[in-house]
Design a protein around this ligand. Structure first.
Ligand code: GLU
Length: 269
């Protein structure tokens, strides 16, 4: 019988795990186990331009050293390109994905406002077709300005109007790589994920993922976005802010700190 609950941890092998990753791993794992569910591991190595050689194996070794036990084999996004291609094809056939010729500079020159998570909201230049003589560089999802709303288990009600807040967003990039938003949605559906527990740095992406789930006819997981750990300067722990790698020889201390963080950050349900 399939598990009623299926959760996952989905690191990107762009470097070693840090304390912020441990929070997401621990939060998703504890939630899955507490609900008698499965907990899967997915290596999000679709963005080959950011992968660091050896990082995927290092992440698996670190998780194992910290006592994590995931169910089934690890899913590697680099092995899933055919599935992403098929999903994109489905969206093209439905008239929901369209080719876009715009360069970064053209978007910068024509955008009218910022997107909700930084960058610029795509102004829809290629929506009605490619300009004469121009070829598609990227593929985008056609969105509308209807409300996309969901109830996050920790953050409450979240609402976006995608056309204003983000614009038609990229599914396949100009360099040919499939975008994170498409890959994550295709894989969450394929792996039967019922519950996504991850850092709140991804909260602004969730309405895009829900729009894609609806466009592809997938069911929608339940979401819980955990508070994001910060360094003493108040910056989110990430590779960009040079977060320290988890210390395997200090696994107990790191785990105690992560449990404390979760205990303070997550109210009892
Ligand atoms: N791979 C993403 C990251 O490491 C997480 C994606 C997700 O949990 O949906 O930030």
């Amino acid at each position: 019988m399939p598990f009623p609950y299926c959760g996952r941890f989905a690191p990107s092998p762009t470097g070693p795990l840090h304390f912020g990753s441990l929070i997401a791993a621990l939060g998703s794992c504890l939630d899955a186990r507490q609900q008698g569910g499965a907990w899967l591991l997915r290596m999000e190595d679709v963005d080959t331009s950011r992968n660091v050689p050896g990082a995927a194996d290092d992440i698996l070794r670190t998780l194992a050293a910290f006592g994590f036990e995931w169910d089934g084999p690890v899913l590697y996004q680099s092995q899933r390109l055919a599935a992403y291609g098929a999903a994109l094809e489905q969206l093209k056939q439905a008239g929901l994905a369209y080719g876009c010729a715009c360069s970064r500079k053209e978007i910068a020159d024509s955008a009218t406002h910022a997107a909700i998570d930084g960058g610029l909201a795509y102004p829809g230049t290629c929506r009605k077709g490619l300009p004469d003589g121009r070829a598609a560089r990227a593929w985008r999802l056609r969105v509308d300005n209807g409300e996309i709303a969901f109830i996050d288990r920790l953050q409450g009600r979240v609402v976006q109007h995608l056309e204003d807040d983000v614009g038609d967003f990229v599914l396949r990039r100009a360099d040919g790589l499939f975008a994170y938003q498409l890959a994550v949605v295709v894989d969450d559906a394929w792996q039967g994920i019922t519950d996504v527990v991850r850092g709140a740095d991804l909260l602004a992406s969730t309405p895009r993922q829900i729009a894609l789930q609806r466009s592809l006819g997938y069911s929608e997981p339940v979401y819980a976005h955990l508070p994001v750990a910060a360094n003493p300067a108040g910056e989110k722990l990430s590779k960009q802010t040079l977060a320290q790698a988890l210390r395997v020889d200090q696994a107990s201390a790191e785990l105690v700190a992560a449990l404390r963080f979760l205990g303070q950050a997550v109210p009892g349900e």
